[in-house]
Design a protein. Structure first.
Length: 180
């Protein structure tokens, strides 16, 4: 399975790095490929290192203005003109999407992927990996959106919130087996 992971390129606290390393190892040992933003910095580097060390494949999609931060040694590296093309290429290569901790860029990627899913533009399963409760506030906001009629599909059909990488991967493997 090609698992697209959206996450931060920033160097982060161990409460985020350690679970990311564990998740990356699960991806690699499971024989899956990491599809990611291609950067060799921050949490993106942690994920790429872990997947590669565990025997998984790396498929990077960078963007021209960040190409100087692209990881050497990826199995595949695509460089796009802009962020919109990058997001489209990431989704096109993904069998599943996992949104990990991140800033505004990660949030932008998450909301676009969920908006496309809401409108039936893709059936790729989406997981928000809620490491250390990072997305608790967003989860509450989504529940409110659902309760007040802002979501035309059930929240459970839109996104799955996982507390750890093992739960995220189990959900994705189950969905992949069921044809998503």
């Amino acid at each position: 399975m090609n698992i697209c992971v959206f996450c931060s390129a920033a160097d982060l606290d161990d409460r985020y790095v350690t679970p990311a390393r564990q998740f990356a190892e699960l991806i690699g040992k499971g024989g899956h490929a990491l599809v990611w933003g291609g950067s060799d910095t921050g949490l993106m580097k942690v994920m790429a290192d872990g997947v590669q060390e565990a025997g998984g494949k790396l498929i990077g999609v960078s963007v021209e203005f960040l190409a100087h931060k692209a990881r050497a040694g990826a199995d595949e590296m695509v460089v796009t003109r802009d962020l919109a093309e990058r997001k489209a290429q990431l989704l096109a290569r993904a069998d599943a999407v996992v949104v990990m901790v991140g800033g505004t860029g990660t949030l932008d990627e998450a909301t676009e992927i969920l908006e496309l899913r809401k409108h039936g533009m893709h059936r790729t399963p989406v997981v928000l990996l809620n490491t250390a409760g990072f997305y608790d506030g967003l989860k509450e906001q989504f529940r409110r959106m659902e309760a007040e009629g802002f979501l035309p599909i059930p929240l459970t059909d839109l996104v799955f919130f996982a507390d750890d990488g093992a739960a995220a991967l189990a959900y994705l493997e189950e969905r992949a087996g069921a044809g998503a």
